[in-house]
Design a protein around this ligand. Structure first.
Ligand code: SF4
Length: 469
């Protein structure tokens, strides 16, 4: 069984100074948190690379020119390395997984490379390099769940990520993830629940379950397990009042999942379900194993069962061969669903994926025009969706100070909408649940008046005895 992360003893700050640069998705953020926890006994986190004696770069290869980004950052770090001969630099994440040895061949400042399944090896890679070994490369696909510490290092936080699976079996034709993260491997349910309990013990009120396709969780386990069963287990953890997850895949949505979202009050009223395209022809070319009818049927069922649900999505514009008609079908589905928000990008070919070698005659400018058109439509829809909250009372989980005014607090609704409070509220602190009345909406956020405290911070924190490690 994995052990909880080692915590500093009072007055004994670790001597090492660790700086982590994270690119990409929430999974990478989670991995960076694990790296900090793995090294917690020997290194404390610092805010700038200049202060560090160990720099870890956690790379992402989902978008364009990731290698370019990495090597330009390594170029910027070269003067630091020249100045401090003890400084070690390690490169991890998806680019590391793909490029492996090429990285150390191309950049002499890199001391070691670690793949997406080799986080737990970082301390030994550091030691080997300190002891004079040549630059190290560790990129084997290993099942390292058991070797990772539970939880995260550093200060308490209201919302934490908990990974439930790694890798993906879907093979969408544009996506490099199955190469960089390997086959889908589900994490043991008891480990997940322990990590959630530990998070609750350390003050978290919300967990965000992470996986490439969260709702295929457990299909590789023996005996098989369903995602809905995992959600039920997690919702039994005292102190955790909100559960989010990202991202479900339309192909794996079952009725028991929709029932659970509707019936379990801890499951947030927000689903982020990638659409990618509204055209069946393009969905087929993308190897997305659902069609628009199925996607719309899921949305209809969710909206019928959970009328206040927020739906967000991902969309790729300008996939090879996308015609105006295909694009219109995407706009049409956006109008029908009324997404609360969407993350949209122009298609970016990833070397080594089937889509990268597809015939793609359309110029980038045309694709960019389409993207702008789609984003304009999304802005209109988002504005309409947000303005529907005006005058209503919402439940907000306070998560910190407002970025626009350091004297006021902010939080999120169950629909994952950011709410800035109008008043200074010294009686509140992160981790409280409050009722607030919406007074204003801006492009992506709401402003609201504090109405009343629903639940204070400490009232449900579970006792340490409940952790049962
Ligand atoms: S479902 Fe498709 S897009 Fe998502 S990670 Fe898997 S292969 Fe990539």
């Amino acid at each position: 069984m994995a052990k909880p992360a080692v915590t500093d003893k009072k007055g004994q700050k670790p001597a090492g100074r660790l700086y982590i640069k994270t690119y990409g998705c929430q999974m990478n953020e989670y991995d960076s948190e694990k790296l900090a926890a793995i090294l917690e006994g020997s290194h404390r986190l610092v805010d700038t690379p200049e202060e560090a004696d160990l720099i870890l770069i956690n790379t992402c290869s989902v978008r364009e020119k990731p290698q370019h980004k990495l090597f330009s950052l390594l170029g910027e770090l070269k003067p630091l390395k020249n100045k401090n001969r003890d400084l070690l630099i390690g490169v991890g994440g998806c680019v590391a997984q793909q490029e492996g040895e090429n990285i150390v061949k191309r950049s002499p400042v890199v001391d070691f490379v670690f793949g997406t399944h080799n986080l737990s090896l970082v301390p030994s890679l550091v030691e080997a390099r300190k002891n004079g070994s040549p630059p190290q490369v560790a990129i084997d696909y290993r099942d390292e769940w058991e070797e990772l510490p539970l939880g995260f290092s550093g200060a308490e936080r209201v919302s934490v990520f908990v990974s439930i699976s790694r890798g993906c079996n879907k093979n969408c034709s544009y996506c490099i993830v199955p190469v960089t993260r390997g086959k889908e491997v589900s994490r043991d349910i008891n480990e997940i629940v322990r990590e959630v309990k530990l998070a609750a013990y350390r003050g978290a009120r919300e967990v965000v379950l992470l996986g490439q396709t969260v709702n295929s969780y457990g299909l590789d386990l023996k005996p098989r397990m369903r995602f809905a069963e995992l959600l039920n287990k997690v919702s039994e953890v005292d102190g955790i009042e909100r559960i989010r997850f990202t991202s479900p895949h339309p192909q794996e949505v079952r009725d028991d999942f929709i029932d659970l979202v509707a019936d379990n009050p801890k499951i947030c009223r927000h689903i982020h379900m990638p659409l990618q395209s509204g055209s069946d022809r393009i969905l087929k070319a993308m190897n997305r194993n659902y069609r628009r009818r199925r996607y719309l049927a899921i949305i209809d069922a969710l909206k019928e069962r959970v009328p206040d649900i927020a739906i967000t999505t991902d969309i790729i514009v300008g996939f090879p061969g996308e015609t105006r008609q295909d694009f219109e079908e995407t706009l049409d589905i956006m109008r029908r669903v009324q997404f609360d928000n969407s993350y949209s990008f122009v298609f970016s070919p990833r070397p080594g994926t089937p889509a990268a070698s597809m015939d793609d005659p359309d110029p980038y400018e045309l694709k960019l025009e389409r993207l702008k058109e789609l984003q304009e439509l999304q802005r209109e829809i988002t504005a309409g969706r947000l303005s529907a909250w005006l005058g209503k009372e919402v439940e907000v989980l306070i998560d910190g100070v407002s970025t626009s005014d350091k004297n006021k607090l902010q939080g999120r609704t169950s629909q994952n909408i950011l709410v800035n409070l109008n008043q200074q509220t010294p009686e509140l602190e992160p981790g409280c649940f409050i009722k607030a009345r919406v007074t204003e909406c801006s492009r992506y956020t709401l402003r609201a008046d504090f109405v009343e405290l629903i639940e204070a911070v400490q009232s449900k924190r579970p006792p340490a005895a409940n952790l049962q490690f």
